[in-house]
Design a protein around this ligand. Sequence first.
Ligand SMILES: Nc1ncnc2c1ncn2[C@@H]1O[C@H](COP(=O)(O)OP(=O)(O)OP(=O)(O)O)[C@@H](O)[C@H]1O
Length: 567
Amino acid sequence: MGRLVVAGLAGAAAELCGLGLVAAAAWLIARAAQQPELAALSVAIAAVRGLALAKGSLRYVERLVGHDAALRALAELRGRVFDALAAARPPSGSVPTSAGGSAGRREVRDGDALMRMVSDVEAVQDVLLRCVLPAVAAVACGAAGVVVCGLVWAPSAVVLAGGLLVAGVVVPVAAAAAGGRAAARVAAGRQALAVRALDVLEGAADLAMFGASERFAARAGDAAGLLERAERSAARVSALVAGAGFVVQGATVAVVLWGASRAGAGVDEVDAAVLALTALVAVESVLPLAAAARRLLEVWPSMRRVGAILATPPSPVPVSVPVRRGPLEVELLGVRVSYGAGWALDGVDLRVGRGRRVAVVGASGAGKSTLLAAVAGEVPAASGAVLVGGRTVGRDMPGAVRGLMQDAHVFAGTVRANLLLACPDADEERLRAAAGRARFLEVVESLPEGWDTVVGAGGRGLSGGQRQRLLLARALLADPPVLVLDEPAEALDPALADAVVEDLLTRPGGGTLLLVTHRLAALGAADEVVVLDRGRVVQRGRHDDLLAAPGAYRDLWYAEALAAGTA
Ligand SMILES: Nc1ncnc2c1ncn2[C@@H]1O[C@H](COP(=O)(O)OP(=O)(O)OP(=O)(O)O)[C@@H](O)[C@H]1O
């Protein structure tokens, strides 16, 4: 704060020196024209030199101290926002799965929102540098201008005050209103162009294959045209605002001069020159306020978002409960989950006993992945409760639920490091056992450098099936009390997928298993099959019993058999 005050004072003093410089120079020129003794001008000459030097030095001090203050304030604000974000946890907590979380489900924790928050915080520094400091300098210089004019010829002070009011308040308010609308059009245009350009670039191969390249390129061209029009209109608004400021400045000086010329004996030529130039500089000092008002309007939403984060009361620190080894019971009591439109889970009641191996099936969009995400604490329940080992699922039970979620990630690094992420102290034997169960061992053995083969971010260097086996091996290595697996074998060929699913359901050991799959052939090995339809549990039981009776499961079974050509 102290630095900011120094910067504000230095900025104001620089403007005052500018004002004094112009007033002294005007007096000097006008007086010199009357050819007085040199001694009569010497003070003014020294003043012009001194004020010129002081103006430059003070401007330098203002920039240096102002930026220092803004950057320090920014660093502090970043720290406070980070602390506030860390303290404000998502509603039902978040349990990390070894495979990562579900995108788009964590408000400010997801990538886009976090980037927006970073740029919001950066934008706030502009308020200090481009709004507060120019405003302080403008007020100081404007007030000094009015005082100087008032001392020379009182009525000119009233005219200058009017000019300052128009240039420093009316023009900025109008500029902010018109500029805000223009900026919104430009922002929308940029976003539309970015979406179109991304479609053309990322989908180039598909567009070429379907002969739609030209159509999409034309759409991108249209978006570019719209953006160009919006930018032109924004530039027109800026030019008009700048022009309006200069018109007010010129009009103020003209009225002051006109009044001074009619004032009679009280105001001579030297006074008139001082008045005109003082008015010129004073109004000039408030002209940057138009840009400051526009910038303030632009960063206002950022300030509000940062303010909201800082105002969020910290969530109570959870008391971590040590998680027991061995399987835990999972219970869903009337759980409803929504992503905004309709219910992805609509009142699910489900109890899975300790160590049971349960398969969750259903048509696409039935809510299977959401069910696993709710058990993992990745999505909050709008109502109802999810209990793991008798406790509400959340961050107070780290490590209780882990597994393989739909959007699991392969990290840039060695194959070994990717697996050890789930269990850093696993020995070679455990590593090989998990990889063997996931049918990943044979993949490792075929890789050029085995366990030390480097794979890229997102699994580059691995085929889709190999990537999925790596992710399954990682989930199995974690061996948590509750293992959730979302379609762990769907990228494998059908026979291998069935073998993997059957193995997961039959091999003893490990925790309670919740397995989402579309492969029904191996589900005879499951303790229980749960059938979901539109967010509800519509059937549950043993595979054979479900097949014996008409219902959703039998329909799914026949649909799968038909697709495989075995019906
Ligand atoms: N992140 C999300 N944002 C908005 N809606 C979502 C999101 N995730 C899922 N949904 C919606 O919730 C419903 C259930 O989706 P879910 O992914 O749980 O189904 P699923 O049974 O796993 O489907 P699939 O077998 O195709 O993976 C669907 O209607 C889906 O469109």
